[in-house]
Design a protein around this ligand. Structure first.
Ligand code: KG4
Ligand code: ZN
Length: 349
């Protein structure tokens, strides 16, 4: 089955064609980063207007790369949440129009679930079903959560951030350090060769369940205090935004984020007693995070599944792929779907 995927939840305009949930025939992404960069973050109005302007071209590109014709497509899958409402709306409207015109099914996809599925697009990855049960750690610019997966579509939320997402912590930290947007790749690059132990940044542990929406505090994250401590550090050490101090401060800041994520994932693995860890979302590109995760997992005899680099940040292959294995909202329910900016992944049990 050839599924056309559409993804416009934030600032990437993406379309892809995936066969049978696994074979990526094409994946076109128009990144708006250069347009948002001067503003130091994503401007929703610019993002939605850019989706409107670029989606037709991106769709044509995805189809041309796939070597297929419109008539060869068997379904249209689209992200309907979570994300920016005005951005999601562009993709959802386009997907409905296309599916109607082509007279093929429409499939609504949860963006977080698609990120999770991105690891199963790697050529050497196991199939989703046999990899379960697993713990997934989704780390992106807008989300940070830990989820137990017993089968595709069967999610139990274990933990989440109570304030900033990990990617947001990277982006905001980079801004304070005078680095460009997006901050994750910038901090990753600047930290290389830095001494992460030179500045001690706090590793915040969530202690009270008051803020955790019924989740175990031990499996929740908080990054806003870390960002404030960087602000105060830079106020007292203004020279730290320049080399040679910059790489040490960036490395220390990165290490604090990475350590919180690794410890959270470790606690979830031990509590759930599962042997597979999925890590996905833009922050899963972080080189230090990958090293520390693999190290931790080796100690627990746990296998780690990571997306290939082109599938870490937002893309439509993960959307089309997930729909291709039979997941997502279909039938009448799909046609009446509205965007869900605050959609979550999984129930709390
Ligand atoms: O998954 P994604 O493309 O979009 C969301 O769904 O939010 O993730 C974007 C986030 C940004 O915050 C960006 O700074 C972060 O992923 N990111 C990284 C790296 N590459 C991208 N964070 C840390 N290290 C990286 N190498
Ligand atoms: Zn994303």
């Amino acid at each position: 089955m050839n599924v056309l995927g559409i993804e416009t939840s934030c600032d990437e305009t993406a379309a892809a064609v995936v066969a049978d949930g696994r074979v990526v025939r094409s994946s076109a992404v128009f990144s708006q980063v250069a347009l948002h960069c001067p503003h130091g973050g994503v401007v929703p109005e610019i993002a939605s207007r850019q989706h409107v302007e670029n989606l037709p071209r991106v769709l044509d590109e995805a189809l041309a790369q796939s070597g297929l014709r419109w008539s060869h497509l068997q379904a249209v899958a689209v992200t309907y949440g979570p994300g920016l409402a005005s951005s999601l709306l562009v993709g959802l409207s386009a997907a409905k129009a296309l599916a109607l015109r082509l007279n093929i099914p429409l499939i609504g996809i949860n963006h977080l679930e698609a990120h999770l599925y991105s690891v199963f697009l790697a050529p050497d990855a196991p199939c989703y079903e046999t990899a379960c049960p697993l713990v997934a750690c989704i780390v992106s610019g807008g989300h940070t959560c830990l989820v137990r997966v017993d089968a595709p579509g069967s999610y139990q939320r274990l933990g989440q951030t109570i304030d900033d997402a990990a990617g947001e912590a990277f982006d905001k930290g980079a801004k304070l350090l005078g680095l460009e947007y997006p901050g994750g790749p910038a901090i990753d690059r600047v930290s290389a060769g830095g001494d992460a132990g030179r500045v001690a940044f706090p590793r915040t542990r969530v202690m009270m369940s008051k803020f955790t929406d019924g989740l175990s505090p031990a499996l929740c994250f908080s990054f806003s205090g870390l960002k404030t401590s960087l602000l105060y550090y830079l106020r007292d050490h203004p020279e730290a935004v320049q080399e040679p101090a910059l790489k040490d401060v960036a490395a220390g800041y990165q290490e604090a984020i990475v350590e919180c994520l690794v410890r959270g994932a470790q606690r979830a693995l031990q509590r759930e007693r599962v042997r597979t860890l999925v890590v996905a979302g833009g922050v899963s590109l972080n080189r230090r995070l990958r090293v520390r995760l693999l190290d931790m997992a080796a100690g627990l005899n746990v296998r780690v599944l990571l997306p290939s680099s082109s599938h870490c940040v937002d893309n439509a292959a993960m959307v089309a792929g997930l729909a291709g294995i039979g997941q997502g909202i279909t039938g009448e329910a799909a046609w009446s779907l509205d965007v869900c900016p605050n959609l979550v992944l999984g129930k709390i049990t």
